[in-house]
Design a protein. Structure first.
Length: 166
């Protein structure tokens, strides 16, 4: 047994780095501006009704927009789009510059990125809850679209990875 004190936060961070996560870009529209951020804390909640959740850090520049917009779009990034994930993880004020985008069918959602995603879900926010340093947003899927099939962009051990299927 080690005599060095263990920092629970560091151990937790290292453990979670070994949990592979699909990478998404979540978009919203608020205050006459499009907003977007990279999110790996995303999962389905329910099939009937169709619900998903995202977890957003309180320090995010997009959290105010997500709280106020009443909806969001989850763009499920394809492998080979790490540059898009990094762009939306940055503080660049014009993250959508030069990207082909599609307006949402559900009015309360954000833009979709069909050239960089294999699918998107347009959601109406039905609930949110504070949890530690994040807010959990639960969205009712109002519209779903599948684009060209592809493998997801993954994040594992603090880097982007490709899914390898045997």
């Amino acid at each position: 047994m080690s005599s060095h004190p263990v920092n629970l936060e560091d151990v937790f961070r290292d453990i979670m780095a070994n949990f592979a996560a699909s990478v998404t870009v979540v978009t919203s529209y608020w205050d006459e501006r499009h907003h977007g951020l990279t999110v790996s804390a995303f999962t389905s909640v329910s099939l009937v009704p169709p619900l998903v959740l995202i977890c957003i850090d309180h320090a995010s520049h997009s959290i105010e927009a997500l709280r106020a917009a009443g909806g969001f779009t989850v763009n499920m990034l394809r492998e080979g789009t790490a540059d898009i994930a990094l762009r939306f993880a940055s503080k660049d004020p014009d993250k959508f510059r030069g990207l082909p985008v599609r307006a949402p069918r559900y009015e309360g959602a954000g833009l979709s990125l069909p050239s960089h995603s294999f699918a998107c879900l347009e959601c109406r926010t039905v609930e949110s809850a504070e949890a530690g340093d994040h807010t959990i947003f639960i969205g009712h899927v109002e519209h779903a679209a599948r684009y060209d099939p592809g493998r997801p962009l993954l994040y594992w051990q603090r880097d982007f990875r490709r899914l390898q299927v045997d």
